[in-house]
Design a protein around this ligand. Structure first.
Ligand code: SF4
Length: 272
């Protein structure tokens, strides 16, 4: 029997992690090991960046709910955050349809014995039944870099499969799903993605293949260390793997994406 629990909730972050390194997936999502990143200078920078990103997302949500935001921006006394907020007000992503708006929605869709989780910053259901997913980026990678990412694949797939949450009736066809990345630091660099039936089938096959491989692993050793040492340089587990000390500079994900993957089952013993 494999170590992956029935009903495991895959997310774009956990799928991306598994693709990079099966051992990192094991340590992060099954053993649920947390490296004391804050003790490391790079970890401190990461925590600060992730915290600012969370505040920004919170401000957007307040704004969507019609609550005042300006005073909260002022209180933060963070010029970067203040600039992001100005960008948000002055340079909204062009081309977003009018329609019913949903903010901070989490969606789970069944996928064989597992589930797939997506958390959307904002979704607009237009009058023709089209679903436009908006994602506010506060990390450093340019939005173009997300086009082939697991986030794009998972969000578009989940938006279509779980579209009934928004339509109140049935799923949304893949052709009617679009995704827009807007970056707080560079609001002009908007990136759109249009989903479709072919891409939808490919994403399903990719997720099932990766999840099935992980489900076959019966002990920790089968979650192999990546042969490419490149990802180890920015990995919080590199000391565990004997591939360096500390957290390493940079990070691959915005921290908030991982929240909600915990509490599935008691964590496995990392060395078990
Ligand atoms: S240090 Fe390298 S091998 Fe170990 S979990 Fe991280 S990426 Fe994988």
């Amino acid at each position: 029997m494999g170590l992956l629990p029935q009903g495991f909730r895959f997310s774009q972050a956990s799928l991306a992690t598994a693709e990079v390194c099966a051992r990192r997936f094991y340590l992060r999502y099954l053993a649920r090991l947390r490296w004391p990143a804050a003790a490391d200078p790079a970890g401190l920078a990461r925590e600060k960046g992730a915290a600012r990103g969370r505040v920004f997302h919170h401000l957007v949500l307040q704004h969507m709910l019609g609550l005042p935001v300006a005073a909260e921006v002022e209180v933060q006394q963070d010029p970067v955050l203040a600039r992001w907020w100005r960008h948000f007000l002055q340079y909204p992503p062009p081309g977003v349809p009018r329609g019913r708006v949903f903010a901070e929605i989490e969606l789970w869709v069944p996928l064989g014995p597992w589930r797939l989780r997506a958390r959307f910053d904002q979704v607009v259901l237009d009058e023709y039944g089209g679903l436009c997913i908006l994602d506010w980026k506060t990390g450093s990678p340019p939005p173009q870099g997300y086009l082939g990412s697991w986030q794009t694949r998972v969000y578009a797939f989940a938006g279509s499969e779980g579209g009934a949450l928004f339509t109140g009736s049935g799923p949304v066809s893949p052709e009617q799903v679009s995704l827009c990345y807007w970056q707080a630091a560079h609001p002009a660099a908007v990136q759109w993605y249009r989903h479709g039936a072919t891409a939808h089938a490919e994403v399903r096959a990719q997720i099932e293949a990766l999840a099935s491989r992980l489900a076959d692993y019966g002990d920790r050793e089968q979650f192999e260390l990546t042969a490419d040492h490149g990802p180890c340089r920015t990995c919080e587990f590199r000391a565990y793997c004997g591939r360096g000390e500390g957290v390493g500079p940079g990070w691959e994900e915005e921290g908030e994406e991982d929240e909600g993957d915990e509490g599935l089952a008691p964590p496995l013993e990392p060395w078990g």
